[in-house]
Ligand binder design. Structure first.
Ligand code: 6R9
Length: 636
C-alpha cells in the first residue's frame, strides 16, 4: 500500500482543513489506498437525527484481502504477528503474512464446514494467542460477524453477550496461563452454555495438554476440524455497510451495549489513524499491550496494523510475571520500536523499583502511546523519563469503542505534545465543546475553554448502532445535543486548540455550588510522592450539598502516617485547585476496583461513599471484585 502518512505539521494542517471543507473528497482520496472489489457510488450519507450514517455507499470489499492477500506479493515473507507467550521460557512464534493468509483461509473453511454463513454471529472467548487473530480474520473472510468477549469475563457475562446477539458458534481454548494462574476457559464456557440456546457448535483450541471435557455433537477440537478442510477460501464480497463485528462496552447503567461496526468505514478509519498517529516505518516492531477483547486490540493489534502491513506483537501474559520488568524485557528482546499501553499499567509499573526498567535495553523505542484514561502528569513524566528517556514522542490517544478509531491524538514526531493533552483532532474529526445550556463554546483566540465534548460530523469508523437497540443508540449518543454525537467526556481546550480530556462528565461533583471535576483533584493527589493512584467521588453532605471522598493507594514503603498524608494531600489540592476542593474523607485502600480494561469503577466507589454499599449492582465484570469487600469494611 502506498503510504498514507502525513509528513509535516504543515501537511497535517492542510489535510485537516481539507477534511473539514470537503470530507467526501478527503476520505475518497484516503480510501483509494485500499483494495476494493467495487468502488463506492457515493462517499457519505448521514443524518444524526435518525441517526443514520453510511460511508462508501455501494462499495464491495473484504477487509481480510486488505490485511492479507494484497500484501502477499510485496511483503509476503514479512512477519505479521510476533507472539510472546506468558511463560518466558516458552518459544515466541513468528507468523509471516503468507503463513497468516494460509491459516486464516483454512480456518475460514472450518467455519463454513460447520455451517457458518455470511451474517451469522460467532462469539470468540479466547486468550491472547495467534489463533484468536486467526479466528477473527476467518470470520471476516466469510462475512460472519465476530463478537469477541474478553476471556476474563465470568460465565454469566459471557452468556448474556452470546444471547444478546444470538451467536451460532463459540470459539474458545481449553485453558490458558496468565501469570502463574491457570484459567480453565472451557469450564467457564460450559457454564455459560447452559443457557445459550443459539450456540450449535463450540470449537476448542488446545492451548495446554490438560484433559478437556467435550460435549459430543457440540464441541469440536480446532485441530481435528482443520484436518477436514482445504486451504483456499475465497473472500466474501461484503457491502461497505455490512457488519464486521459487534463489541460490547459497558454502559454506566443497564446491560452492556453491543456496538456495531461495519466493514468499509472501519477499515479506512482504523488503518488511516494507525498509519498516521504511530508513523511506523518498514522494519519497525509495533506492540500494543491491550487485550484483543477490547476495541484497542481490535483496531490497533489486528485490523489497523495488518492493513498497514506492519509487524504487530501479541502478548499472552501479564506485566507482573515473572516480575514487573516483563514489558521491558520484551521490548528489549524483540527490539520494539512502538509501544502502546494504558495509564493504569504505567502507574502500576511505576510503583516498582526502577532497576526493573534499567536492567533492560530500551534503546529500540521510538514512539510511546497511551490510551484508555486521562494520563496524569506524574505518570506522563515517569513514562517519558524512564521509558522514552525523553527521546520518544508520547501519543496520548483519545477515542472510544464507539468511535472505532483514534479521534484526538498527536501524530508522532509531528504534532507538538504537551503532558496530559491528547492535543489536536485527527483529520476528519470535528470536535466541539458544549456548555451547560447546550450551546457551543466558541473558541475565542488566545482563550482557553472547557465543556462537554461532542462531534459535529461523522467519521468513517463511527459505530452505526447498538445491536438490536437502535433507540438506545439514539438516546445515548444523539439526544444530548441536536445533530451532534455526544461522547460522554468533558474536555478542556487551551488557547491553541489543544484538547485535554478531563474524564467522563458524570465524574463531576457539585460542592457548595461549585462544579468540580474529579480528574484534576485526582491529578493533584497523584503528585504526592507516596501515592500510587486514587479515585475521588462525591457523597451527600448536609451543608455543602456534596463533599469529596478520596480512595487512595500508597506505596508499600510509605513512611508517612495516614493522618499526615491526609494533611499533605489536602495542601496539594488547596495549592493546585483551591480550598474548595479539599477532601472531607480520605480512605487508604490496597487497591481500587477496576474494569477489565483498567478503568476505575467510580460507580461502585460513589455508592460506598454514599453509604449505599448494599446496592452495588453487578460487580462480576470487575478485574478485582475482592477489593470491594475490603473497601466496604474500611469505609469512613
Ligand atoms: C479506546 C478506549 C472510552 C473512554 C473515553 C474516555 C476514556 C480513552 C483516553 C481517555 C483520556 C485518553 N479515554 N482514551 N480519556 N485520555 N487518551 O479506551 O475505549 O474502552 O470505549 O473507553 O475512555 O473517557 O470516553 P473505551
Amino acid at each position: 500500500m502506498k503510504s498514507l502518512q502525513i509528513n509535516t505539521f504543515k501537511e497535517y494542517k492542510e489535510k485537516y482543513e481539507q477534511s473539514v471543507s470537503d470530507p467526501e473528497g478527503f476520505w475518497s482520496e484516503v480510501a483509494e489506498h485500499f483494495q476494493w472489489k467495487k468502488k463506492w457510488d457515493k462517499v457519505l450519507e448521514w443524518d444524526f437525527s435518525k441517526p443514520e450514517i453510511k460511508w462508501f455507499i455501494g462499495a464491495k470489499l473484504n477487509i481480510t484481502e486488505n490485511c492479507l492477500d494484497r500484501h502477499l506479493e510485496t511483503i509476503g515473507n514479512k512477519t505479521a504477528i510476533i507472539w510472546e507467550p506468558n511463560d518466558p521460557d516458552e518459544e515466541s512464534r513468528y507468523i509471516t503474512y503468507r503463513q497468516l493468509y494460509v491459516k486464516v483461509s483454512r480456518f475460514a473453511n472450518v467455519l463454513k464446514n460447520n455451517g457458518i454463513k455470511k451474517g451469522d454471529r460467532v462469539c470468540l472467548y479466547m486468550p491472547m494467542i495467534p489463533e484468536l487473530a486467526i479466528a477473527m480474520l476467518a470470520c471476516a473472510r466469510i462475512g460472519a460477524v465476530h463478537s469477541i468477549v474478553f476471556a476474563g469475563f465470568s460465565s454469566s457475562a459471557l452468556s448474556s453477550r452470546i444471547n444478546d446477539s444470538q451467536c451460532k458458534m463459540l470459539i474458545t481454548a481449553n485453558e490458558v496461563y496468565r501469570g502463574t494462574k491457570p484459567i480453565n476457559l472451557k469450564k467457564v464456557c460450559d457454564q455459560a452454555l447452559e443457557n445459550t440456546p443459539s450456540v450449535e457448535t463450540v470449537i476448542v483450541y488446545r492451548r495446554t495438554v490438560e484433559p478437556t471435557e467435550m460435549t459430543p455433537g457440540r464441541d469440536k477440537f480446532w485441530f481435528d476440524e482443520l484436518q477436514k478442510v482445504d486451504t483456499p477460501c475465497e473472500a466474501e464480497a461484503m457491502d461497505a455497510e455490512d457488519l464486521l463485528f459487534i463489541l460490547y462496552t459497558s454502559g454506566s447503567t443497564g446491560k452492556p451495549k453491543g456496538m456495531v461496526h461495519t466493514t468499509g468505514g472501519y477499515m479506512v478509519g482504523s488503518t488511516y489513524t494507525f498509519e498516521n498517529v504511530f508513523q511506523c516505518k518498514k522494519d519497525d516492531i509495533y506492540w500494543c499491550t491491550a487485550d484483543i477483547g477490547w476495541i484497542t486490540g481490535h483496531s490497533y493489534i489486528i485490523y489497523g496494523p495488518l492493513c498497514a502491513g506492519a509487524t504487530t506483537v501479541m502478548f499472552e501474559g501479564v506485566p507482573s510475571y515473572p516480575d514487573y520488568g516483563r514489558f521491558w524485557e520484551i521490548v528489549d528482546k524483540l527490539n520494539v520500536t512502538h509501544f502502546y499501553t494504558a495509564p493504569t499499567a504505567i502507574r502500576a509499573l511505576a510503583k516498582h523499583p526502577l532497576s526493573l526498567v534499567e536492567k533492560h535495553d530500551l534503546s529500540s523505542l521510538k514512539v510511546l502511546g497511551s490510551v484508555g484514561e486521562p494520563i496524569n502528569e506524574e505518570a506522563w513524566h515517569w513514562y517519558n523519563d524512564n521509558i522514552g528517556k525523553s527521546n520518544c514522542p508520547i501519543v496520548d490517544t483519545w477515542w472510544q469503542t464507539e468511535t472505532g478509531a483514534m479521534m484526538i491524538s498527536p501524530i508522532a514526531g509531528i504534532t507538538p505534545t504537551r503532558p496530559t493533552f491528547a492535543t489536536l483532532p485527527l483529520p476528519g474529526v470535528q470536535p466541539v465543546l458544549m456548555d451547560e445550556r447546550g450551546n457551543e463554546v466558541v473558541q475565542k483566540s488566545m482563550e482557553a475553554s472547557e465543556g462537554r465534548l461532542a462531534m459535529k460530523a461523522p467519521w468513517p469508523s463511527i459505530a452505526r448502532t447498538i445491536y438490536g437497540d437502535h433507540q438506545r443508540y439514539k438516546d445515548t449518543y444523539f439526544s444530548a445535543y441536536k445533530n451532534m454525537y455526544f461522547t460522554g467526556d468533558g474536555a478542556y481546550r487551551d488557547a491553541s486548540g489543544n484538547y485535554r480530556i478531563t474524564g467522563r462528565v458524570d465524574d463531576v461533583v457539585i460542592v457548595s455550588g461549585h462544579n468540580l471535576g474529579t480528574a484534576p483533584i485526582e491529578n493533584a493527589i497523584d503528585e504526592h510522592a507516596d501515592i500510587v493512584e486514587c479515585a475521588v467521588v462525591g457523597f451527600p453532605h448536609d451543608v455543602k450539598g456534596n463533599a469529596l471522598y478520596a480512595f487512595v493507594t500508597k506505596y508499600d514503603d510509605c513512611k508517612t502516617s495516614d493522618e499526615d498524608l491526609k494533611i499533605e494531600i489536602n495542601k496539594l489540592i488547596a495549592s493546585t485547585i483551591g480550598a474548595i476542593a479539599k477532601l472531607d474523607k480520605v480512605q487508604f485502600v490496597s487497591g481500587l476496583p477496576k474494569t477489565r480494561s483498567g478503568k476505575i469503577m467510580r460507580r461502585i466507589l460513589r455508592k460506598i461513599a454514599s453509604n449505599e454499599a448494599d446496592n452495588l449492582g453487578d460487580i462480576s465484570t470487575l478485574l478485582n471484585p475482592d477489593i470491594v469487600e475490603e473497601i466496604k469494611a474500611g469505609a469512613l
